[in-house]
Design a protein around this ligand. Structure first.
Ligand code: HEM
Ligand code: FPP
Length: 318
C-alpha cells in the first residue's frame, strides 16, 4: 500500500502526455485543411433539393470529415519519406517518430472503411460510393501515382478535393445534378492556383524532396502564368450557377467580387518584382497573399451559395 502511495506521489498521472498523443492522432487527419473540405460538402448538402433528417445529415458530414481525414492519414503514411525532408512537414507525427508508420496506416484504413460504411448506411449507397471513390482517388491516383511523377499531379489529383460537394448532394438526393457538377468544377479549377501560390514559396522544400511540383519543373515564371490562366477560367466558372438560374443574384454578386479579387491577386503574382527566372525579389509577398485569398475565396463562394439558397427558400430574393 505504502508502495502504491509512494509511486502515486512520485509518478503522478501525466495528463499532458495523453493530450499530446491525442493531438498527434488528430494531426494525422490534416484537420485544418479538412475544415474547408467539409464545409464544401456541407454546402453541397444544404443546397440539394429534398430532405434529410438532421441527425443523418450530421452523420453524413462526420463521414466526409472522417473519410477525408483518413485519406490524409494514408497520404502521410505513404509520404513519410518526403515529409521528413521538407521543412513544412518534418514535425508531423510520423517523420518526427511519435507515431509508427504501420499504426498510422491501420488508423487511416480503419477510418476509411468506417466512414464509407457509415455513409452508406446513414444515407444511401451512392453517397457511400462517391466517398469511397474520393478516398481511393486521393490515395492511389494523387498520392501514390501522380504526386511524384508529374507537375500535373495537383491538376488531375486535385479532383479528389472537388468531390465533397457532390458527396453532400448525393447524401440528400441519392444522385447527381448540374449544380453539384458545377461545384465540382469550381473546386477543381480553384485547386491549381491555391496550391501553386503556396508552392512558389515552398519551392525549396519540394526541390529537396524531389517532388516535381510546377515551380521545380517549369520554373517560377511559368507557375505565375499558370496561376493566372486557371484564375481566368475560375472567375466566369464561379458565375455559372447564377447564369444558369441555379443560384440567385446574392450568390452572383459575391462570386463576381471574389472572382475579381482572385484575378487581382493572380495579376500581382504575375507582376511581382522578380529575377530573370521569375523568382520573387519581395519574399513571395504576392504569392502568400494569393494563397490566403484562395481560402477566403472558396469559403466565401460556398458560404454565399448557402445564404443565397436560404434567402430564396424564404422568399426574400427570387
Ligand atoms: C490536391 C489538391 C491540394 C493540394 C496539393 C493542397 C495543398 C495544400 C498545402 C500544401 C497546404 C499547406 C498547409 C499544410 O501544410 O497543411 C494547404 C493548405 C490548405 N488547403 Fe489545400 N491543397 C489541395 C486542395 C485543397 C482543397 C480541395 C481544399 C478545400 C476545399 C483545401 C484547403 C486548404 C486549407 C483550408 C488550407 C489551410 C490550412 C491551414 O490553415 O493550415 N486544399 N493546401
Ligand atoms: C472526401 C475526400 C477523400 C476528400 C479529400 C480531400 C482532399 C484531397 C484534400 C486535398 C487537400 C490536401 C491536404 C492536399 C495536400 O496534398 P499533399 O499530400 O501533397 O500535401 P502535404 O505535402 O501537405 O502532405
Amino acid at each position: 500500500m505504502s508502495d502504491l502511495i509512494e509511486r502515486g506521489a512520485t509518478a503522478p498521472l501525466d495528463v499532458s502526455a495523453d493530450w499530446s498523443e491525442l493531438r498527434d492522432w488528430v494531426a494525422l487527419l490534416k484537420p485544418r485543411v479538412m475544415t474547408l473540405v467539409v464545409f464544401t460538402g456541407l454546402v453541397g448538402m444544404l443546397v440539394a433539393p429534398g430532405r434529410i433528417h438532421p441527425f443523418l445529415g450530421a452523420v453524413a458530414i462526420l463521414c466526409i470529415a472522417l473519410g477525408a481525414g483518413a485519406a490524409g492519414c494514408i497520404n502521410m503514411w505513404y509520404d513519410r519519406d518526403i515529409d521528413a525532408v521538407m521543412r513544412r512537414t518534418l514535425r508531423r507525427p510520423i517523420p518526427a517518430g511519435r507515431i509508427a508508420p504501420e499504426a498510422a496506416l491501420a488508423f487511416g484504413v480503419f477510418l476509411s472503411a468506417l466512414s464509407v460504411m457509415l455513409m452508406g448506411l446513414a444515407t444511401n449507397p451512392v453517397a457511400g460510393a462517391w466517398l469511397a471513390g474520393s478516398i481511393l482517388f486521393y490515395v492511389f491516383v494523387y498520392t501514390m501515382w501522380l504526386k511524384r511523377r508529374t507537375p500535373q499531379n495537383i491538376v488531375i489529383g486535385g479532383a479528389a478535393g472537388a468531390f465533397p460537394p457532390v458527396i453532400g448532394w448525393a447524401a440528400v438526393t441519392g444522385g447527381v445534378d448540374a449544380l453539384p457538377l458545377i461545384l465540382f468544377a469550381i473546386v477543381f479549377v480553384w485547386t491549381p492556383p491555391h496550391f501553386w501560390s503556396l508552392s512558389l514559396w515552398a519551392h525549396d522544400d519540394y526541390q529537396r524532396a524531389g517532388v516535381p511540383m510546377l515551380p521545380v519543373v517549369s520554373g517560377a515564371r511559368e507557375t505565375r502564368r499558370q496561376i493566372m490562366l486557371y484564375t481566368l477560367i475560375l472567375a466566369p466558372l464561379g458565375l455559372l450557377p447564377t447564369l444558369l438560374g441555379l443560384a440567385g443574384w446574392v450568390y452572383g454578386a459575391v462570386a463576381l467580387s471574389l472572382g475579381a479579387g482572385f484575378l487581382l491577386h493572380a495579376w500581382r503574382v504575375l507582376r511581382e518584382k522578380q529575377d530573370a527566372a521569375g523568382v520573387s525579389l519581395e519574399g513571395d509577398k504576392a504569392a502568400r497573399a494569393a494563397f490566403r485569398f484562395s481560402l477566403l475565396h472558396l469559403a466565401g463562394l460556398f458560404g454565399a451559395l448557402a445564404l443565397d439558397h436560404w434567402l430564396r427558400l424564404a422568399g426574400v430574393i427570387s
